[in-house]
Design a protein around this ligand. Structure first.
Ligand code: SF4
Length: 457
């Protein structure tokens, strides 16, 4: 038992967090920045943070992750990191030649109080930013929120590039939130099927799930071009997928450039995808094409074919708020019972949404924002579940409690291929159900007595 010190009896903790269900802001900002074409993320702080965040993204995507750091020493930690950042901007544009540097901060530079806009101003005045190149930045204090907050802050900094007053471009902005590169591909595919001309940012498809060509490219031919991000201020509207990840950027485009926005749930599962497709259809003024109806029909078919295995199964979930909301709704819609739900990201709204979604189940549900996996494990000890869904860190609980387990979310460090298969949209719903069914039926095959060991299920 790897987690044998986790007691069944729950003692409310005020100061101690064990096995957090989150990580810190800068990694989210780094991931978002990789969705800009030709962008080198830059971590303004000491170099350990940058090394850690690069290595976690590499372990998740099995791809090289490029990022630079201001590499603070003790001196910079006392007197401020301005000189380090100015030198870094100069070096990066000279040596690596990115189109964009996207700077985020760490808890060290935030505690010192380094003023990014002032340092950027100085860099531009001193001509350290070559003509036509872009410098953006977001404060990402690690002691506020989580990696999700950092993602949101960097996406908001992207939206801040948009300038008001241009000619309308006839497009719809889509801010996809923190989803996999394959999910971003799927979102673009759905929009194209509905016939909507979109401008999506960030877009990590092709950056973090690209092919092996024999030639290393620090900046793949993918990601959202800066010109498109600037043009997002001229769009007809914005669809922001996920309140936590995308709403701030969408609202900034609304207030700054008068681009009206709708904040939707991330399109995981049947109902949330329905709402996304309906929103696209409404803005495009079209009807839903047959090919989407066919995809939807396949998902409904699979749900009805396999419903007997889903019905009444208790599920424990861990993840990030936007994903958890849509996943909980999906599970409830197929008559599963998500009963223990944890995120490390703060925000009471998650608890309210989950309570609303699960109200019809007619039984108590444990949900905790700013919780941890230690608590989730204790809940499972007190009321066991049939299925656990979450990132790689769940594998310890799954092993100790002998629970069927589906890897989903961030990070997945011990399996490959997830970045190639979407879990959003109807297609993604099929994949999620295939994974869920796979582990449930594997368990049934393992546990059934020989007399009930069936060939056909
Ligand atoms: S918590 Fe602070 S020191 Fe630790 S990795 Fe995050 S930014 Fe760096």
């Amino acid at each position: 038992m790897l987690l044998r010190h986790t007691p069944q009896e729950i003692t409310e903790r005020k100061a101690l967090m064990i096995n957090p269900a989150k990580t810190c802001q800068p990694i989210g900002a780094m991931y978002a920045a990789l969705g800009i074409k030709g962008c080198l993320p830059h971590s303004h702080g000491s170099q350990g943070c940058c090394a850690y965040h690069r290595s976690t993204l590499t372990r998740h995507y099995k791809e090289p992750i490029s990022a630079a750091t201001s590499s603070f020493t003790e001196g910079a930690s006392v007197f401020g990191g301005q000189a380090n950042l100015l030198q870094a901007i100069d070096n990066i544009f000279t040596v690596y030649e990115p189109e964009v540097i996207a700077v985020h901060t760490t808890c060290l530079s935030e505690t010192i109080g380094d003023d990014l806009p002032q340092i950027f101003d100085k860099a531009i005045k001193e001509k350290k930013v070559p003509e036509g190149k872009t410098l953006i930045g977001a404060p990402t204090p690690s002691y506020v929120g989580s990696h999700v907050t950092g993602f949101s802050n960097m996406v908001k900094a992207m939206a801040n590039l948009a300038a008001p007053g241009g000619k309308k471009n006839g497009k719809i902005n889509i801010i996809p939130g923190w989803v996999e590169p394959s999910d971003m591909e799927e979102i673009k595919k759905i929009a194209a099927m509905v016939g909507v001309d979109i401008n999506m940012f960030p877009d990590t498809s092709g950056v973090l799930n690209g092919p092996l060509t024999g030639e290393y490219k620090m900046f793949p031919e993918a990601g959202t071009p800066v010109a498109d991000i600037k043009d997002s201020g001229n769009a007809l509207g914005t669809l922001a997928l996920g309140e936590w990840c995308s709403a701030d950027a969408a609202r900034l485009l609304d207030t700054k450039c008068k681009v009206p926005c709708s904040v939707l749930d991330m399109p995981f599962g049947l109902k949330a995808t329905d709402r996304f497709v309906d929103a696209l259809r409404t803005v495009a003024g079209t009807s839903v094409p047959d090919e989407i109806m066919v995809e939807r029909g396949k998902l409904v078919d699979m749900i009805s074919d396999m419903h007997q295995y889903f019905y009444g199964k208790k599920v424990a979930l861990v993840g990030d708020p936007d994903q958890l909301i849509a996943m909980t709704e999906f599970l409830v819609s197929i008559d599963m019972m998500p009963i223990h739900i944890v995120t490390g990201t703060p925000g009471k709204r998650l608890e309210e949404r989950i309570m609303e979604i699960t109200a019809g189940m007619g039984r108590p549900v444990n949900v905790r924002a700013k919780g941890d996996m230690f608590l989730l494990h204790q809940w499972i000890k007190n009321e066991p579940v049939d299925l656990l869904i979450g990132n790689t860190y769940c594998k310890y609980i799954a092993r100790d409690e002998d629970v069927p387990y589906v890897r989903w979310g961030f990070p997945i460090l011990d399996r490959q291929g997830h970045q190639h298969f979407p879990t959003v949209g109807y297609k993604g719903g099929l994949r999620l159900l295939e994974q869920i069914l796979g582990v449930l039926l594997d368990r049934k095959d393992r546990d059934d007595p020989e007399s009930k060991f069936e060939l056909v299920l």
